[in-house]
Design a binder for this molecule. Structure first.
Ligand code: UD1
Ligand code: MG
Length: 459
């Protein structure tokens, strides 16, 4: 059999009680993606022959999310060794390498997964490779007991460790690469005679050594990578760490971030070259940005496509289906939803554009609203090329404004406007010369009389 075969087992049967949530822990999101989704994405680099997710009963949402990965139910959960054992039947006859991952370590990199598998296949044919790290505070982590040659002798859980073992700084990150031919033999020998009464996966190291099989450690220099999320505070820490990665990646790829720590990306944000993003911009899912785009401060962008050279913001809101064309401009307090702005179109101030098409070079005046919803149905607005929509126009959809047409400021347009026409719905202006001056004089006299009367009374 080829030695390149890998099966991944993701352990996710823990209840995650410290999250205090109805949602299974591994479905909590980091950069908009459930934690376990990040692991599945990284795993895709290996194209493992099998991916098996171990869950507890009553987690249909996890099974649904991880599909087409296979799920296996561990009922009841009796420890990490017991969890891997649950995959025995599914892996019957599999003799490649088994990579065991914890579903709540979303920051684990593909590089580390690869080095684990490489170490498993290294000379000496170790039975087990364990990912080690040196946390600032070893706390509850299992301690790695190594021999003088750097080989791994045993893992001792903190609760079961003696004082000298507790002094060891090198800890078990929880990720292992194990020879599939020996894995289940090793697990058969694991008991539960320990402080938690659980079947520890970690015990397989000492068992392998007792059989004369080698075990080794791969150490990661980045403790953040193996951060396990157990609480909402941990989730926020993982979010911060993952955001930092996305910000660094953006800058590495030629994006200017004036204040990177204030820009929030989504795991799938796509950014072109020479994009510039000012402070306090938030990206939700499904955003794609072309080259040379400027995103000014305080924008909120979700499900939008922004083409080359467009300028967005400050204070713009792009909602799902916003499709901003080349060199188009969306200015302050403009909200755009399910609408296409063609090349060079502009909506610079205070507008709502929904379910619309705006032709090339059209100008949407300040305060323009597409009235796209009648309380029951959504309707479309079409604005032709080069049209000029006067300020504070209400466009009552469905409605079409012809190419090059103009609408007068303050108009309510509810029927189609022909190309190059002017359309306006204003009531006629009436001027009364001198009226304002007379009004002020009359009112001032009234006020003066009243004040004088009050003074007389008081005196
Ligand atoms: C485990 C390791 C410890 C290591 C630490 C790293 C063991 C015995 N200990 O401890 O050496 O330093 O992780 O974070 O392995 N799970 C199941 N079924 C179970 C129990 C757990 O699927 O019956 C899953 C959990 O959902 C979780 C993972 O296994 O994803 C780890 O379980 P957890 O209870 O958090 O282990 P730790 O006590 O943290
Ligand atoms: Mg844990």
């Amino acid at each position: 059999m080829s030695k390149s075969r890998t099966a991944a087992i993701l352990l996710a049967a823990g209840r995650g009680t410290r999250m205090k949530s109805a949602l299974p822990k591994v479905l909590h999101r980091v950069t908009g993606r459930p934690m376990i989704g990040h692991l599945l994405d990284r795993l895709a680099a290996f194209q493992p022959e099998r991916t098996i997710v171990v869950v507890s009963p009553g987690m249909p949402a996890v099974a649904e999310f991880v599909a087409p990965a296979e799920t296996i139910i561990q009922d009841p959960p009796l420890g990490t060794g017991h969890a891997v054992m649950a995959a025995r039947k599914a892996l019957d006859g599999f003799d490649g390498d088994v990579l065991v991952l914890f579903g709540d370590t979303p920051l684990l990199t593909a590089e580390t997964m690869q080095s684990m598998v490489n170490a498993r296949r290294a000379a000496g044919d170790p039975a087990v490779v364990v990912l080690g790290f040196m946390p600032d505070d070893p706390g509850d982590y299992g301690r790695l007991i190594t021999d003088s040659q750097g080989g791994l002798q045993a893992i001792v859980e903190a609760k079961d460790a003696d004082a000298a073992q507790r002094e060891i700084g090198l800890c078990n990150a929880g990720i292992m690469a194990i020879d599939g031919k020996r894995l289940f033999d090793l697990l058969d020998a694991v008991g539960n005679n320990n402080s938690k009464g659980e079947y520890y996966l970690t015990d397989i190291v000492a068992i392998a050594r007792s059989r004369g099989w080698g075990c080794t450690v791969v150490e990661t220099g980045d403790p953040v990578e193996v951060m396990g999320v157990n609480s909402r505070a941990g989730l926020a820490e993982a979010e911060a760490a993952m955001q930092n990665r996305l910000r660094s990646a953006a800058m590495d790829n030629g994006v200017t971030l004036t204040a990177p720590e204030t820009v929030w990306f989504c795991h799938d944000t796509r950014l072109g070259r020479d994009v510039s993003i000012e402070p306090n911009v938030v990206f939700g899912a499904g955003v794609s940005v072309g080259d040379n785009v400027e995103i000014l401060a305080f924008c909120h962008i979700v499900g939008a496509t922004i083409e080359d050279g467009a300028i967005i913001g400050p204070y713009a809101r792009l909602r799902p289906g916003a499709d901003i064309g080349v060199n188009a401009k969306v200015g302050n307090f403009v909200e755009i939803k399910a609408s296409r702005l063609d090349k060079g179109a502009k909506a610079n101030h205070l507008s709502y554009i929904g379910d619309s098409w705006v032709g090339a070079g059209a100008n949407i005046g300040a305060g323009t609203i597409t009235c796209n919803y009648d309380g029951f149905f959504k309707s479309r607005t079409e604005i032709g090329e080069g049209a000029f929509i006067g300020s504070n126009t209400a466009l009552v959809a469905p409605v079409k404004i012809g190419a090059g047409a103009i609408t007068g400021a303050g108009s309510t347009i509810s029927s189609d406007v022909p190309d190059n026409a002017l359309s306006l719905t204003r009531s006629p202006q009436e001027d009364r010369p001198g009226w304002a001056l007379k009004y002020r004089l009359r009112k001032q006299a009234e006020k003066d009389n009243l004040t004088a009367g009050k003074k007389k009374k008081a005196g």
